[in-house]
Design a protein around this ligand. Structure first.
Ligand SMILES: CC(C)(COP(=O)(O)OP(=O)(O)OC[C@H]1O[C@@H](n2cnc3c(N)ncnc32)[C@H](O)[C@@H]1OP(=O)(O)O)[C@@H](O)C(=O)NCCC(=O)NCCS
Length: 171
């Protein structure tokens, strides 16, 4: 498991290969590096994240994702390259009070190093701090890495039919 901690207001995660990263709240100015993150991701990763073959996110979508009234979006960078976003984590409000929706996108080249697992744990902490009692996630049934990530958070599927599973994570 990677190490995690806090420094400079950002959340530090050290990956399994020893690389240090920082995770902080996203700002409106992050749109360009977030779009670059999407461009560097494979079509498969983007499709698993959005359940559609999106090439990126629009300025209007980013305004919503980076709007604190809509939820919390976190961005992760290597510790030594603060302008290079390698992952985006969303804990967005839903129409149910106390229930947030979790989604994570880790750039392909940074996957399988423990980042997704550590980000999900951090997202659960953030969600608890914001007063949520439950997180939900919509995960493609064949998405083994994300299902492994959520198993560690004791997620339970609420529907097990169809290509996309809805999972509930008690906080
Ligand atoms: C799902 C995702 C967030 C996981 O992030 P990650 O940094 O690769 O995750 P980790 O390195 O922490 O690995 C998580 C688990 O998946 C397993 N895993 C990693 N890569 C794998 C692969 N290619 N095949 C099968 N399992 C894999 C790991 O062994 C780990 O399982 P374990 O805890 O039982 O050992 C990342 O792969 C991603 O962004 N995918 C594309 C977008 C997406 O699917 N988002 C989720 C939709 S909400």
């Amino acid at each position: 498991m990677p190490d995690a901690g806090h420094r400079d207001g950002a959340h530090s995660i050290t990956l399994t290969n020893g690389t240090a990263t920082r995770t902080r709240e996203a700002a409106p100015d992050d749109l360009a590096p977030v779009q670059e993150l999407h461009r560097r991701c494979s079509l498969r990763s983007r499709t698993l994240r959005y359940h559609a073959g999106k090439s990126g996110i629009s300025p209007a979508e980013w305004r919503q994702l980076s709007n604190p009234e809509r939820g919390t979006t976190l961005v992760t960078t290597p510790a030594e390259r603060a302008d290079h976003i390698i992952a985006m984590t969303n804990v967005m409000r839903t129409d149910q009070k106390g229930v947030g929706e979790l989604a994570i996108l880790v750039e392909d080249a940074w996957q399988s190093r423990g980042l997704g697992t550590a980000l999900a744990e951090h997202a659960a902490t953030v969600a608890r701090r914001e007063g949520h009692h439950t997180l939900t996630a919509a995960v493609t049934a064949s998405n083994k890495p994300m299902l492994h990530v959520l198993e560690r958070l004791d997620a339970t599927p609420t529907n097990t039919t169809g290509p996309v599973l809805d999972l509930h994570i008690p906080l």
